[in-house]
Design a binder for this molecule. Structure first.
Ligand code: PGA
Ligand code: MG
Length: 226
């Protein structure tokens, strides 16, 4: 029985990939799950203040994971990664000519940069420096290793004392692969990156927020493990 649904934000709760506009009826459907006792938690690469604010205003009660697994909220704010080395941020920006995401001012461990194109050269640089690097399609993210959505998700599930088979995760991008590794039910929206679809046990027919609605309906109608 699914007791906790983890949802990515960008590309998943939005109208489509590459827009920040949220699909408002997807939020309504997730609230219906909350009404039925299933907790909803956003798991995102976005900063803690952004996800904390959205969680509050959307009416989700499942806690949250921000900064790609590095910062979570369960009764209180918990930081589970090392703080980012500011010299490495500077080096990354200069070497690859990328710009800070406006949220970097509010981040501790995981930092985002645009354009969101992850190159082989960037991967080599990160590997040499033992740095986590990934792209959500919205930004390239770097953090000191170990980082990635798995760390925060593992901690949240442990704090809830849930079995991974009681947890579902829904996402759209490469950064969600880590989150899939920690849960029983791995759900990809139809416009997900191919590498995420390969790891999914349910690929939805609809894209982004419409896919979230499709999944919520399946849960409500009892079409999914219960
Ligand atoms: O912060 C980003 O770049 C994307 O965030 P997401 O994990 O909600 O897709
Ligand atoms: Mg996403």
């Amino acid at each position: 029985m699914i007791k906790l649904v983890l949802t990515d934000l960008d590309g998943t709760l939005t109208l489509d990939k590459s827009t920040f506009k949220v699909n408002l009826s997807a939020i309504e459907y997730l609230r219906l799950l909350e009404d039925r006792g299933i907790k909803i938690a956003i798991v995102s690469g976005n900063s803690y203040p952004v996800i904390r604010g959205l969680t509050t205003y959307f009416g989700f009660s499942g806690g949250l994971v921000a900064e790609n697994g590095c910062v979570l909220h369960f009764k209180q704010k918990i930081t589970v990664c090392k703080k980012m080395d500011r010299n490495l941020i500077q080096e990354f920006k200069e070497k690859f000519n990328v710009k800070d995401s406006w949220q970097n001012e509010y981040r501790e461990c995981d930092f985002g940069f645009n354009p969101a194109i992850l190159t082989e050269e960037m991967k080599r640089w990160a590997e040499e420096k033992n740095i986590y690097i990934n792209s959500s399609g919205y930004a390239v993210h770097i953090a000191m290793k170990p980082a990635g959505k798995a760390i925060g998700v593992r901690k949240l599930i442990e704090l809830y004392n849930l079995d991974k088979n009681e947890v579902a995760a829904i996402g759209d991008s490469l950064t969600d692969i880590d989150m899939f590794n920690e849960v029983g039910l791995k759900v990809a929206v139809s416009n997900s990156d191919e590498k995420l679809k390969e790891k999914a046990n349910l690929i939805l027919n609809l894209k982004s927020g419409e896919g979230v609605k499709e999944f919520a309906k399946m849960l409500i109608e009892g079409k999914i493990w219960s």
